[in-house]
Design a protein around this ligand. Structure first.
Ligand code: C2E
Ligand code: CA
Ligand code: CA
Length: 536
């Protein structure tokens, strides 16, 4: 029967427990839920009293903290971890990084980094195999000290994890101030509530970590449902009863030998100089730049063909917001505003930006709906650039420009041109047939209408000359041309000023011959000369 030890017993027997292996370290595996491979483990302290049985940290850690014994306990765990790692290395076994817990009391009045370094060197363990977990509570009473310890840890090369992230309400503030490399989200705070507000909060924390390019480990994961949910929102690392309880050393070694391993993909660093950490800080230079000095811009995450907008600046709202608020835009599924075709164009541009790492520009019509403006069609030119990446999620910076007016002007101009072309083709081309043997001309409908000609014009071209279609000064020249056709000229291409207005027309003839080469008919046309080049 297990029995709880009293506070006095813990304090009085601590040294004895450490010396007699009543204190021991258990290890809980951390698994990539997407691959089933092991990425690391966490070292957790256990106290097994010879008579009273297993004691749990929730009972003795606060006691050790209160009685100034936690530092010794943490160094004990650290040394145990080094001893285990040395054993694995010596035996040539697979080694995974092991996380140790640092109490917030370890930073007061102790030289934590110097002391763990001494132990690590004694066992000659590469620093990459040890991660240090800190809690948000370390920043209680001032951030300076914990930041200094973290800087010291980083200088040596330790990876620092933020334990129990999201359990306190100061989380977001702490996150942007503390230079953590990895986040541990405790799912026990969620209490299975992934569908509701809890899920939304977890989702936004994970999104934010992605934006910061900080890997997230979900801990306290007991069910497949939660692990799956975490995977869908982009957090694949899992520590919890679903995969394994904390295991005593021998069982842990057996577990380690039974699964494949892979490295935890840690921060790879943002592609751009835009310091993402500062980007979220309302007082930071980056935020100031984003809000005030760059043009209309948005930042979004692209994953598996979907787009989720993370931020838009004021100018974006003015440019293409169409009276929507930032929140309305963030809540929207951006694809809803696009036609299928426009979506493809945009997706294609995003994928090109991802592949090339270069700026890619595209133009899309979107239908935007807002309470004030109702439905509007706008054309947006977007210049896209990849600024970050975490697994298959891509962070894209989009500069936008509302080119609706420009587009509409262009379309009008295009319409004008089309109208003109149509007019040109349909109204300003005159065609006719001239029969050489009879000197008869059969005009097209437009010739009849515009020039007042009968269906058959006899004694051509004199009748037309007399009707004033050919002004007197070109009459002789024109008669000569028709004579040429009568005599077998196969084509004519001249510019002749026609009618009293002497409007220049391009006059062309093509002659048709019979089998013996005798000219039969000539097909004439006249088109208005629109371009000076044509007139030359
Ligand atoms: P923690 O660092 O958040 O450790 C995770 C705790 O969650 C462990 O409890 C672990 O056994 C438990 N856990 C893991 N998976 C699950 C799960 O799926 N469901 C549930 N319900 N629980 C799960 P444990 O070992 O009792 O440790 C409790 C706390 O004591 C730790 O929380 C940590 O804050 C502290 N602690 C443990 N070992 C040390 C240590 O060596 N040094 C310091 N300073 N604190 C320690
Ligand atoms: Ca921990
Ligand atoms: Ca934790």
């Amino acid at each position: 029967m297990e029995q709880k030890m009293t506070e006095q017993e813990f304090v009085a027997t601590f040294d004895e427990a450490a010396a007699n292996h009543h204190l021991m370290v258990f290890y809980q595996p951390q698994i990539n839920h997407a691959t089933g491979r092991m990425v690391g483990a966490e070292a957790l302290l256990r106290w097994r009293h010879p008579a009273k049985g297993m004691q749990f940290p929730s009972d003795f850690i606060p006691v050790l903290e209160k009685n100034n014994l936690i530092y010794q306990a943490d160094l004990f765990v650290f040394e145990e971890v080094c001893r285990l790692l040395r054993k694995l290395i010596n035996e040539g076994d697979m080694v995974v990084p092991i996380s140790v817990n640092m109490s917030r009391y370890d930073i007061y009045g102790h030289s934590y980094v110097a002391d763990i370094e001494e132990i690590r060197k004694k066992y000659d363990i590469p620093v990459k195999y040890i991660h240090v977990e800190i809690t948000e509570s370390s920043a209680i009473g001032g951030k300076d000290l914990i930041i200094q310890v973290m800087d010291d840890l980083h200088r040596v090369g330790y990876l620092v994890e933020m334990d129990d992230f999201g359990s306190g309400y100061s989380s977001l503030g702490v996150l942007k101030d503390l230079p953590v490399d990895m986040m541990k989200l405790d799912m026990r705070f969620l209490q299975g509530n992934i569908g509701g507000r809890g899920g939304t909060i977890i989702n936004s924390i994970v999104q934010m970590c992605k934006w910061l390019n900080t890997p997230v480990i979900a801990e306290g994961v007991e069910t497949q449902d939660i692990a799956d949910f975490m995977k869908t929102i982009g957090c694949k690392y899992v520590q919890g009863y679903l995969y394994s309880r904390p295991l005593p050393e021998d069982e842990f070694l057996a577990f380690l030998a039974s699964v494949d391993h892979e490295p935890l993909s840690a921060s790879s660093g943002m592609v751009d100089a835009m310091n993402n950490m500062n980007f979220w800080n309302p007082d930071s230079l980056e935020n100031l730049i984003f809000s005030n000095f760059v043009g209309p811009a948005a930042v979004f995450v692209y994953e598996n063909g979907n787009v989720e907008i993370l931020r838009v600046n004021e100018k974006y709202l003015k440019e293409i917001g169409m009276s929507r608020t930032e929140q309305e835009i963030l809540d929207d599924n951006p694809w809803d505003n696009h036609t299928a075709e426009s979506r493809d164009t945009y997706r294609h541009a995003i994928e090109k930006a991802i592949k090339t790492g270069e700026e890619v520009t595209c133009e899309n019509w979107r239908t935007v709906c807002s309470d004030i403006c109702g439905e509007n069609k706008i054309c947006v030119r977007s210049t896209l650039r990849l600024i970050g990446q975490a697994s298959d999620q891509y962070l894209i910076y989009a500069m936008v420009q509302n080119i609706t007016a420009e587009k509409e002007r262009f379309m009008l101009a295009e319409q004008d041109e089309n109208r003109f072309k149509a007019a040109f083709e349909h109204a300003n081309v005159y065609a006719w047939e001239y029969t050489i043997a009879t000197h008869e001309m059969r005009p097209c409908f437009r010739c009849m209408r515009d020039l007042g000609l009968p269906p058959i014009v006899k004694n051509y071209p004199d009748t037309a000359i007399e009707a004033g279609i050919f002004p007197p000064e070109v009459a002789d020249m024109y008669r000569a041309l028709i004579r040429d056709i009568d005599n077998g000229r196969d084509n004519i291409d001249v510019i002749i000023p026609l009618t009293v207005g002497r409007v220049p027309f391009h006059v062309r003839y093509t002659t048709e011959f019979d089998e013996n080469g005798k000219p039969l008919k000539a097909y004439g046309s006249a088109t208005l000369v629109v371009d000076q080049k044509d007139a030359e």
